[in-house]
Write a protein that binds this ligand. Structure first.
Ligand code: ACO
Length: 329
């Protein structure tokens, strides 16, 4: 099987910053509560004329440039998102034409905050088997468009952004060493947007009742997240024949600093080994991990041969983790 790794990364976040102080004016909350309970200080909000494909395009262009791969060479585009521009056409199709990636197969993938992990896992299979050479995987969200801005339990959590990676063949022994994906649909009610699909199509009533926005049972999602960030990381490490001592960097989904802290404690990790940007961006769902990854790359934090664990979890419920041996100099 061909070894597959990341050839280039990119990220984009909108300019508008929404701070905790701004949120204090919108709902009954405080900077102190948000920082201590979540670790978040600010998040980015897409401009009125920006949709997910606009954010995705900027991240994707950067990833292609950094990978030294042209749009025409891309065989496959997967966009992980729960906030597409519209039901269809997909964000991946919109992106394909904007990039000029004319030969690429395209599809969107919906696995909420685990979406990026599902995306890289899926794309890797095509390259491992030799079916395709280059794939573009994007995690993008405009969660501000499905946030209930009068619900203090969710309004404080989410932000908008996009992260992208170009996957392709790498030296043997490098790249993705294992994947661990999972789901538990029986707990789907814990985190959902009830309306807008075939069950509850848009109507005056669904809009009035704010059923097009995120509903979350925070405490239960929190418990699930702590459990699964540990179990999926351990699962991926085991499949790679590694232990927690082998982790050079953990890049977790940025949902709550207390969830990340639980994993750090469990694995006995030095803070320097954990990539965290939650204080600046909040929870960007499928975009959280690729944006954090890109920023760490730009800071020069990874050396060739470092073992990275990427781990995501979210609505569905879904989760995913991978062990990646960094292949770039
Ligand atoms: N400001 C002030 N007080 C608040 C706020 C707020 N923004 N939100 C809730 N509170 C109050 C509650 O009403 C409650 O008050 P009470 O004790 O009088 O009833 C108190 O604070 C404690 O509430 P909890 O829900 O127990 O607070 P908790 O510590 O669990 O934090 C949070 C809530 C931040 C939502 C946490 O549960 C969490 O992070 N959950 C996980 C979210 C997550 O991981 N989502 C991931 C997936 S997202 C996706 O897939 C799209």
């Amino acid at each position: 099987m061909q070894s597959v790794g990341i050839l280039g990364t990119g990220a984009y976040v909108p300019e508008k910053v929404l701070t905790n102080a701004d949120l204090e004016k919108m709902v009954d909350t405080s900077d102190e509560w948000i920082v201590t309970r979540t670790g978040m200080k600010e998040r980015r909000i897409a401009a009125p004329d920006q949709a997910s494909s606009d954010l995705a395009l900027k991240a994707a262009e950067q990833a292609l440039e950094r990978a030294g791969v042209s749009a025409e060479e891309i065989d496959l585009i997967i966009v992980a998102t729960v906030t597409p521009d519209m039901s269809f056409p997909t964000v991946s199709c919109l992106l394909q034409t904007q990039l000029g990636a004319n030969k690429a197969a395209t599809f969107d993938l919906s696995a909420a905050c685990a979406g990026f992990l599902y995306g890289v896992t899926t794309a890797s299979q095509f390259i491992q088997t030799g079916a395709y050479r280059y794939a573009l995987v994007v995690g993008v969200e405009c969660l501000s468009r499905i946030t209930n801005w009068s619900d203090r339990e969710t309004a404080i959590l989410f932000g908008d952004g996009a992260g992208a990676v170009v996957l392709g063949p790498v030296e043997e022994g490098y790249g993705f060493l294992s994947f661990e994906l999972g789901g538990d649909g029986s707990k789907g009610d814990l985190l959902k947007v009830p309306a807008g699909g075939s069950r509850l199509p848009a109507s005056h009533e669904t809009v009035e009742k704010r059923l097009h926005t995120i509903q979350m049972v925070g405490r239960e999602v929190f418990k699930f997240a702590v459990r699964v960030i540990i179990s999926s990381t351990e699962g991926a490490l085991k499949k790679a024949g590694m232990t927690k001592e082998d982790i050079d960097f953990l890049i977790p989904h940025q949902a709550n600093i207390r969830i990340i802290d639980a994993a750090v404690k469990r694995f006995g990790l030095d803070e320097q080994k954990v990539v965290i940007n939650i204080h600046r961006y909040g929870n960007m769902s499928s975009a959280s991990i690729p944006v954090a990854l890109h920023e760490a790359v730009m800071e020069g934090r990874f050396q060739k041969g470092d073992k990275l664990v990427l781990c995501g979890f979210g609505a569905g419920l879904t989760w995913g983790a991978t062990v990646l041996k960094w292949s770039l100099e």
